[in-house]
Structures are given as structure tokens and as C-alpha cells.
Design a protein around this ligand. Structure first.
Ligand code: SAM
Length: 304
């Protein structure tokens, strides 16, 4: 089985990689109802509803028992992941950073719900139809950003730095960057370029948060595809066809964590396994796709 991806492919929030943004928001909606101790995203459910895929709306609204379509582990990961990135931005602003860049922002609502200090500028980058959908929908819902939110509607395989600068980004100011749920959807060379450019655009004191997946051992990727196919089949049986196994890029790539270290970032890393434990969530069982080994990474850059 090969990827359905190609250079220059595009999508909205209901198709191809864009649907993963809606699925992530659906997981946040379920997680928010289940566990406000860890996550409180009041915009997740209305955003999913506005996308208009009936099945995802029902899942997000809790009308379909999650276990039928979304395994509990994906909801637990939505909890720890949201909390991890929320805390990253809160820590960065507590340290005085007033410029944030959310790469592949999808239906993430941090620019509308985090307590950004006055004067903070938050840039959100994603494909044009994704960015436009969220901006319009949240305005229609009467939501107002809690920061000076600016968007760059751009493909992250293209010249996104120009779009970011055009939106007002100032590379002379320290920046807090996030790339959440993105890297596996980029070809390996685009991932390297993205991390290179983030580094080039980062003045001393900048911070970064992302995920780093260990390179696959023999057989790992077949297991991942099989698991994603089983999940997609359950969705397809209910008339929604995300074909998740074919949205990612496979094969060896530079692992993000050591690559960033090589670029000069001082990293702190924690596995999903340890994050689940640290948040009193159940451990992974039967982890055939090595989800527990995924690293959540934060870094600071103290270059001269
Ligand atoms: N960060 C969001 C979150 O965690 O909810 C969205 C994650 S979703 C799994 C992946 C996101 O990456 C989608 O919003 C998709 O549009 C975006 N994305 C993937 N490849 C991209 C590219 N080449 N250019 C722009 N956005 C991209």
C-alpha cells in the first residue's frame, strides 16, 4: 500500500490530512467532557459540528460511544498532548516570550482560550482552507481571540517563512514555536527544512515544542498501517472514509529530537508512556504501534 500523498496536494477540514485536524478536535471534545482536570477546550465540539461530517459530529457530541470508533488511548493522548502544549505556551509567556507560532494549527483553539499576556502575538499557519474555516467559524460562534492572532494561510512544504514575515513575524524577538501532530504528514526532507528554518528564524531564548517519533524497526510500519486500516474500516462502515494509513509518509527520516539537538536546541524529552503515568492515566496495553515510545519534546535555543 502506498501513500495517497503528492507534492502540492491540498485539502479542507473534511478531506485528506485536513480530516485529521477534525478528528483531533473530536478527540479533544470527548476528552474535555471526560476530564476537565487535564483539558478544557470549549471550542472543539462546535468546530467539529461546523465541519459538517455527521459521524464526527456525533462522536464529538458524545452521541456515539467513543470505544466503538475512537479507542480510549487516543482520547487519553488527546488529554496529555493538549495539556503538554498548553503548559509549554503558558511557561513560555511566563518567561517573557510574547511571540508564538503555531505550525499546522488545524482546529486547535489555543489562540482563543489560553491566557496570553497583553501584547502577545500568536501566528497560526496551516493550509488556506483550514485556516479560513477556523477563522470564519469561530467568528460566527462569537469567539474572540485572547491574543493578537494573525494567520498565514500557507503550505508548510512551501515558502512559509515569507508568509509568516508578511503577517508581521519579527525574527529578532524570541519566539515560542509548536508543531503538534504535524511531522509525520511531512515528507522527510520537508521536516528537516521546517526544523532548519524554525532555527534560523529563532532569536536567542526562543522555545519549541514538538513530537519526535523513533525510526521504525523492521515490521513496525506494517503494524502501524494495519492498525490504522482497522480504525479506518470502522469509520468507513459508518460512511466516513479518512483512509488514515495513506496520509502519512513512511520510511526512515531524521528523528526530530536528535536533529534539533544538532541544530543547537537544548531539549527536554518525555515519552507518551511517562506522560500517561505522570497524569494518572492508565498505561498502554498491547502497544503494537509503539505509541508509548513517541517523545514529546520541548527545547530552548541559546545561540549567540
Ligand atoms: N495541530 C493541530 C492539532 O493538534 O489539533 C492539527 C493536527 S492534524 C493531525 C495535522 C494538521 O497538519 C492539519 O491541520 C493539516 O492541515 C496540517 N498540515 C499537514 N501538512 C501540512 C502542510 N504541508 N502544510 C500546512 N499544513 C499542514
Amino acid at each position: 500500500m502506498t501513500s495517497t500523498r503528492y507534492d502540492g496536494d491540498t485539502w479542507d477540514v473534511a478531506s485528506s490530512v485536513g480530516a485529521t485536524a477534525t478528528m483531533a478536535a473530536a478527540a479533544r471534545a470527548i476528552a474535555t467532557r471526560a476530564d476537565r482536570r487535564l483539558i478544557d477546550d470549549p471550542f472543539a465540539e462546535p468546530l467539529v459540528r461546523a465541519v459538517g461530517v455527521d459521524l464526527l459530529t456525533q462522536v464529538a457530541a458524545g452521541e456515539v460511544p467513543p470505544d466503538d470508533l475512537v479507542e480510549q488511548i487516543f482520547i487519553d493522548v488527546a488529554k496529555i498532548r493538549t495539556k503538554f502544549y498548553d503548559e509549554f505556551f503558558v511557561d513560555a509567556t511566563n518567561a517573557g516570550i510574547r511571540q508564538a507560532v503555531i505550525l499546522a494549527s488545524g482546529l486547535d483553539s489555543r489562540a482563543y482560550r489560553l491566557p496570553w499576556p497583553t501584547g502577545t502575538v500568536v501566528y497560526e499557519l496551516d493550509q488556506p482552507r483550514v485556516v479560513e474555516f477556523k477563522t470564519r467559524t469561530l467568528a460566527e460562534l462569537g469567539a474572540a481571540p485572547t491574543a493578537d492572532r494573525r494567520v498565514a494561510a500557507v503550505d508548510l512544504r512551501d515558502d512559509w517563512p515569507t508568509a509568516l514575515r508578511t503577517a508581521g513575524f519579527d525574527p529578532a524577538r524570541p519566539t515560542a514555536w509548536s508543531a503538534e501532530g504535524l511531522l509525520g504528514y511531512l515528507p522527510p526532507d520537508a521536516q528537516d527544512r521546517l526544523l532548519d528554518v524554525i532555527t534560523e528564524l529563532s532569536s536567542p531564548g526562543s522555545r519549541l515544542a514538538t513530537e519526535s517519533r523513533p525510526n521504525p524497526r523492521p515490521g513496525d510500519e506494517d503494524k502501524t498501517k494495519a492498525r490504522l486500516n482497522r480504525i479506518s474500516e470502522r469509520w468507513r462502515a459508518q460512511n466516513f472514509d479518512p483512509d488514515m494509513a495513506r496520509l502519512r509518509y513512511y520510511g526512515e527520516r531524521n528523528e526530530a529530537a536528535p536533529y534539533l539537538t544538532g541544530l543547537g536546541w537544548a531539549l527536554t524529552e518525555i515519552t507518551v508512556r511517562d506522560l500517561l503515568a505522570a497524569n494518572d492515566l492508565p498505561p498502554l496495553t498491547d502497544d503494537d504501534i509503539r505509541m508509548g515510545d513517541l517523545l514529546y519534546v520541548t527545547g530552548t535555543l541559546d545561540k549567540e
